[in-house]
Design a protein around this ligand. Sequence first.
Ligand code: SAM
Ligand code: SF4
Length: 470
Amino acid sequence: MKIDTKNLKSFIPENEINNLLKNKVNSDKKEVQDIIQKSLDKNRLNPDEMAVLINTQDKDLIEEIYEGARTLKEKIYGNRIVLFAPLYVGNDCINDCQYCGFRSSNQDVLRNTLEMEELKNEVSSLVQKGHKRLIMVYGEHPKYNPEFIAETVRAVYAQKVDNGEIRRININAAPLDIEGYKTVKAADIGTYQIFQETYHQETYKKMHPRGPKSDYLWRLHGLDRAMEAGIDDVGIGALMGLHDWRFETMSLLYHTMHLEEKYNVGPHTISFPRIEPAIGTKLCDLPPNQVSDADFKKLVAILRLAVPYTGLILTCREKVELRNEIIKFGVSQIDAGSSIGIGSYSDKNSESHKKSQFVLGDQRSLDDTIRELCEANFIPSFCTGCYRLGRTGEHFMEFAVPGFVKRYCTPNAVLTFLEYLEDGYASSATLKSGLAQIARELENMPESKGKENLIDRMNKIKAGERDLYF
Ligand code: SAM
Ligand code: SF4
């Protein structure tokens, strides 16, 4: 049940943010370099430091920011990229978000909610491509209540196709009350993700004129309630293009600090989608504060440095070339082979784009994405080990526990990727690149007991065992 939000307060200090952005200008080289070093020494940055980086205009210094973000990524997270796919369950919606193809006033979109049978067909298509991790996405509607979300999640986990199955499901849906979160948590979800869209209250009001989403504070405190319900794995985000990206990026840091202070754990992931074209939605053709590619790159690098232990998600909304470039700055998860029409993985009919929320910039298949990742020396990972072993806050561990990536993440990436290749999901070209990438990973590992254990498990996978992880 939705509670009264009169007593809630915003933890986004708009004036303070604006003042920092206005005043932290013309910093000298040493100050910028010290801030980058603070991040490389594994410290979260403070808002004033983030404002300095945001206001850096000198080309060489911006290059140093990129270099810092790249170094942080390489030294701490290594070269693995976790892959997932979005699964849209239903696009009925009682909100009227001005940028979204699903908004209630949009007459051009075809409304649909997957029936159980259709949901199974979608999962079957995804599993047959080799996917193991999903984010399930729902419009906001009374029929997508917590019981419905839990039921659909359980149905997806229950489905097996040959050796394949979905092993982790994250959720992107409306904010719930505490009871609702408990119901969804009981279905064993991973991350619960809610984007504030814009943290700027006046812009928020304009963009969300009707429906439950028009309540800024209910949404802003949405993940606090998730934490209180025991979901300690949450994802935040801002939709870039509504208000000034500098303000939104600062606000993402304040949101992180709020969760850290209150619950001792920050968000697991941060997303920073840019507005994409959407059917029947003029606003998307010219967003009020469109973010250029150059600014987008800068904001990702700055976020990487500001919250070094938080996962960053880059979606198929972005074009291939830009994605390839930005992945190097410290993105840890990408979606691949995505299709965002309702039912569009299994039913490729020409109408499915009319059920889509927006248009994707990267339409490569999972197979092509994987091959190109390997060719660029990344190791694709379908790992779900930490979450299933109760090692929550996995990004924090990767970051904070010395040797964690070497001991767990890289071997688990190798095991889950080998399983993908052994199960025949890859084309012959991808199989070849994939095996070469696995060989490179092994070559780069010093001889040790850990490497022996990995090779032992790899042999078990080749002999037919599945779902092995450290
Ligand atoms: N209905 C739920 C909500 O609004 O939180 C969850 C699903 S909504 C479909 C997921 C996200 O898609 C939104 O939070 C928003 O950031 C993003 N989105 C909406 N319209 C978009 C567009 N035109 N381009 C890119 N992302 C968009
Ligand atoms: Fe509905 Fe979410 Fe789209 Fe808003 S963003 S119209 S709440 S689906």
